[in-house]
Design a protein around this ligand. Structure first.
Ligand code: MLZ
Length: 266
């Protein structure tokens, strides 16, 4: 048994500081998650953000919902915070004069959408309005991140993962999120008020699952010395030819890297 990743030990080991909570557009106490698997709601289609669709909660992870658009396949699930403004109770779209749309990639003929909509809503368990959060937390007034600060961030290529990250650069209202131990393969710029970034300790508070850092590079020297030789060489990092960019990284089935003892609490 490896134990699990400890921010406390990792921050000490790396000599880094956590970005303060006021930098983030997140609530101080995580929003209550009273959703249940199977509940239906309205969500913006992530692939076509002007359209509002019916979604089903197919999973719950901390303060997030795993959503699947009705009429879509199971390859395009997406995750939303329960206090996201992109989810609404069923009926909201119509109330605002809008019309529910089929998801991009609707698996039936477009002409069957009205009947599909009727059927999918018939007898459905609709998430009650009271479990939605009235408002998203307000955006902080300005970008107060600093290069080197640690945070937790959604890996946008693997959005079910929240991972330890470091502010790599600042660019006006944007922050470069660099994932610890992955040599840039998953890094992205986002606005400082993105809902995809969280203060250190967020996952521990919400009960979401925080991934451990990768072990590919950027290890503090003292930590490198503690590894047992199972850390992969840098040669494994370049995207293998023919593998799509979203699937870089460890080949399936390859031996898992052991995390340095210094990051774990037992
Ligand atoms: N399947 C991938 C997941 C990497 C996730 C990295 N997150 C920053 C791998 O193991 O390579």
């Amino acid at each position: 048994y490896q134990g699990h990743f400890s921010w406390d030990k990792y921050l000490k080991e790396t000599g880094a500081t956590a970005a303060p909570a006021h930098c983030f557009r997140q609530s101080g106490t995580p929003p209550v998650n009273e959703f249940k698997a199977g509940m239906k709601l309205e969500a913006q289609d992530p692939r076509n953000t002007t359209s509002t669709c019916i979604a089903t909660v197919v999973g719950l992870t901390g303060a997030r919902l795993r959503l699947r658009l009705d009429g879509s396949d199971n390859k395009n699930d997406f995750w939303r915070l329960v206090d996201s403004s992109e989810i609404q109770p069923i009926g909201s779209c119509e109330k605002n004069g809008g019309m529910l749309q089929p998801p991009l990639g609707f698996r039936l003929n477009a002409s069957s959408w009205p009947m599909f909509l009727l059927k999918t809503l018939n007898g459905a368990e609709m998430a009650p309005a009271r479990i939605f959060h009235k408002q998203e937390p307000p955006a902080p007034e300005q970008n107060s991140f600093q290069v080197g600060m640690k945070l937790e961030a959604v890996d946008r290529k693997n959005p079910h993962f929240i991972c330890p990250a470091t502010v790599g650069a600042l660019r006006g209202v944007e922050v470069l999120v660099t994932f610890d131990g992955w040599r840039g393969a998953f890094d992205y710029y986002c606005r400082y008020d993105s809902r995809d970034i969280f203060p250190v300790g967020w996952c521990a508070m919400t009960g979401d699952n925080l991934q451990p850092p990768g072990t590919k590079a950027g290890l503090p020297k003292s930590v490198g010395a503690l590894t047992d030789g199972t850390v992969e060489g840098t040669a494994a990092v370049a995207p293998a030819p023919g593998r799509p960019p979203g699937q870089r990284g460890r080949k399936p089935g390859r031996k898992k890297t052991k995390l340095p003892e210094a990051w774990l609490h037992k």
